[in-house]
Design a protein around this ligand. Structure first.
Ligand SMILES: Cc1ncc(COP(=O)(O)O)c(C=O)c1O
Length: 406
């Protein structure tokens, strides 16, 4: 019998995964000529290359065999203990190492949680907007996505409560710290109110927190997990703290569920990269990680402030932007329903890229929004890129005003 062509054989679940505009343009953005505000790339100036090189040498010397062998699915115990200790001290929690599993980046934890809990058609609540990689990972399980609005201090609690009342939400996926893409951070009050909704309605939450340590003023509120530890899976990452190429993250798991997460992860990849786990652990305990993080925080805070100044200087006054207290992104709202896709098509001809906002919604929204990454471009390139964006934007506004007059 003649078989269908390979593209026709894709599974229904796979076909649900949206394309990543970001990954596609990263291929272009990689070129030296390109000024990119698109990727979520940490600034490579702060990769601790020498210290990691040293750690790699030492662990090869001392633990070479152990490190190159298959390992347990939960991850390297001393590393899990290190993470538990850091969180316990920072937030006065009592997390045990057995509640933590190391993942290949926090991205993997999103997938594994989707695999564990989401059936086709289940209600999954996300923020409006939300992280594209989260949409991609969860889409593979074909949920019915619902959205809750974000205010400058976190989700609209009344709306979220109503959504919980009126639907059978199984999982809420959210990013309370320096959200990707909006840069918004939840207030302590909203965290507490959200936790009480989760507890009351017995809704699970995936609290995605890769930017936790990139808090400019270091006044990071407690995670939602602290107020609803039985409902919340709290993910973290070494991508922004150390380097993303190591692909190391983790998840703090509610009591009694670690063995199930472990089983689901085993089905994906047996265990996380053993080499990276040993190198990171050696790096963490033999270097001043707080000093390292302070350097990154100060640098990103400065870059974030510079981007805001440049927006003020070059962009029309009716362009609105968020003022993040951490992380790597800020979020623009263009006036007059200007189409961000059309803008990026124009700026790409002048080697400037950014991500149009519609990539970050599960509904048709965000056409006039833009996500701007401030951590990666040099000061000069940032100025040049924003100047070009502003000039193209002004041309588009002028043309749209002309159209209105016709
Ligand atoms: C909100 C959010 N979650 C998860 C990830 C994935 O991070 P990791 O490198 O730990 O897989 C990212 C990466 O940019 C992110 O922004």
């Amino acid at each position: 019998m003649k078989q269908a062509n390979n593209h026709e054989k894709f599974s229904e679940n796979f076909k649900q995964i949206p394309k990543s505009f970001i990954r596609e343009i990263l291929n272009v953005a990689g070129s030296d000529k390109m000024i990119s505000f698109a990727g979520g790339l940490p600034n490579p100036d702060y990769f601790p290359i020498e210290a990691l090189k040293h750690s790699a040498g030492v662990v090869f010397q001392n633990n070479g065999v152990e490190m190159l062998q298959y390992a347990g699915s939960r991850g390297y115990l001393p590393l899990r203990q290190w993470i538990a200790n850091r969180y316990n001290k920072k937030y006065q929690l009592s997390i045990q190492a057995e509640n933590i599993i190391i993942t290949n980046g926090s991205q993997q934890a999103i997938d594994v949680i989707g695999k564990m809990f989401v059936n086709r058609g289940d209600d999954v609540l996300v923020e409006k907007p939300t992280y594209l990689g989260g949409i991609q990972a969860l889409s593979a399980y074909s949920p019915r996505f619902l959205e809750t609005s974000l205010n400058s201090d976190g989700p609209n609690i009344v709306e979220t409560g109503r959504i919980f009342e009126e639907n059978d939400v199984k999982l809420m996926y959210a990013i309370p710290n320096f959200q990707n893409p909006s840069g918004i951070t939840y207030s302590e009050e909203k965290r507490i109110k959200l936790a009480s909704l989760l507890n009351d309605h017995k809704v699970l939450m995936l609290e995605d927190d890769p930017y936790n340590e990139i808090c400019f003023d270091q006044k990071c509120a407690k995670p939602v997990y602290a107020y609803a530890p039985e409902q919340v899976f709290w993910t973290g990452s070494f991508s922004k703290m150390v380097a993303p190429g190591l692909r190391m993250g983790w998840v703090v798991i509610p009591d009694g569920l670690s063995a199930y997460f472990e089983r689901a992860k085993q089905s994906v990849d047996l265990h996380s990269n053993n080499l990276s786990q040993h190198i990171i652990y050696h790096f963490l305990v033999n270097n001043d990680i707080d000093q390292h993080l302070k350097t990154i925080r100060n640098a990103y805070a400065r870059q974030c402030a510079l981007m805001q100044q440049l927006i003020e200087r070059y962009m029309p006054h009716n362009v609105h932007y968020t003022k993040p207290r951490g992380g790597m992104f800020l979020w623009l709202k263009l006036p007059y329903k200007i189409d961000a896709y059309e803008l990026v098509e124009r700026t790409m001809k002048q080697n400037v890229v950014f991500v149009p906002g519609s990539s970050f919604f599960v509904s048709a929204n965000g056409q006039s929004n833009i996500r701007m990454n401030f951590s990666n471009a040099s000061d000069d390139k940032m100025e040049e890129g924003i100047r070009i964006m502003a000039s193209e934007l002004k041309t588009m506004i002028y043309q749209s005003e002309e159209l209105l007059l016709l």
